[in-house]
Write a protein that binds this ligand. Structure first.
Ligand code: SAM
Length: 248
């Protein structure tokens, strides 16, 4: 029986691919890609020649069984998406699901992911968080979604289209406190990478005056809800924290 490798690919900067990922892409019998064009750019950069077939949202229902048969026949397959980690708002779930049912070994390889890359620099607590994918594109649905998550205490990660970023921020303002911390990470790892952090109020103002922010690929991180009545830091902890602050 073959192995199914899940391989993240760079979200902009091609140097973000790992040695291990390159080695696997070189040695498997077949690469399954969401976009052959994108994968070819990566393979060419690292002088890798291998067979690539497509697996995307248009053909995954027809093709999954065929690829699982190849795995059952002993072929090793690497799954890649256009960019980032497969299955995170990218195709592959059907393949992984059927592969597990057939007891095929699945090997996930760590690597680039826009959500986690943004989270690592967000200046908001990262000990517990929820990844929520894309906001709905229609305002009515988006408001419903915001109402659903407005009391979530964990940090929230969303993907957003540059065309909708302003409307999404305006909808957020209707439902959540304007003092909540927000991070907008745009074009991560690319030449025009930009990171903005501030309160919802501040971010709205900054984006209104900068049309550049309404282009490219975007991650939004939202601070979780804080119940003001609850005193999360004990007086003792506060005292220690203040002493430490003076030491810095
Ligand atoms: N699987 C991918 C991952 O692991 O990040 C996500 C795929 S999803 C279809 C594409 C969305 O991810 C974009 O619309 C954007 O919201 C976010 N994204 C991808 N690359 C990004 C980048 N370089 N900077 C900021 N956001 C990015």
């Amino acid at each position: 029986m073959g192995i199914l490798y899940i391989i993240p690919t760079p979200i902009g900067n091609l140097q973000d691919i790992s040695y291990r990922a390159l080695h696997i892409l070189k040695s498997v019998n077949l690469i399954l890609s969401e976009s052959i064009q994108h994968t070819l750019i990566l393979l060419k950069k690292f002088s890798i020649k291998n067979i690539i077939n497509t697996l995307n949202k248009h053909n995954e229902y027809q093709k999954t069984f065929q690829y699982v048969t190849k795995l059952l026949n002993g072929q090793n397959i690497a799954l890649v998406s256009k960019a980032g980690t497969p299955l995170l708002n990218d195709p592959g779930y059907l393949l992984v699901n059927l592969a597990y049912k057939k007891k095929i070994r699945i090997v996930p390889v760590p690597g680039a992911c826009a959500a986690i890359t943004a989270l690592s620099a967000c200046n908001i607590q990262t000990t517990s968080f929820c990844y929520e994918g894309f906001f709905p594109s229609l305002s009515q649905e988006r408001i419903k979604k915001i109402k659903k998550i407005k009391y979530e205490t964990r940090t929230l990660i969303f993907y957003e289209s540059p065309k909708r970023i302003m409307n999404t921020l305006k909808d957020l303002k209707k439902e959540i406190e304007i003092t909540r911390k927000i991070m907008i990470a745009r074009e991560l790892t690319k030449i025009w990478e930009q990171i903005l952090t501030g309160t919802l109020q501040e971010i709205l103002l900054l984006l209104k005056n900068n049309l550049n922010w309404q282009k490219g690929e975007i991650v939004i991180i939202i601070e979780g809800y804080k119940n003001k009545k609850k005193n999360i830091i004990s007086p003792k902890m506060k005292k220690i924290f203040n002493i430490l602050l003076k030491e810095i």
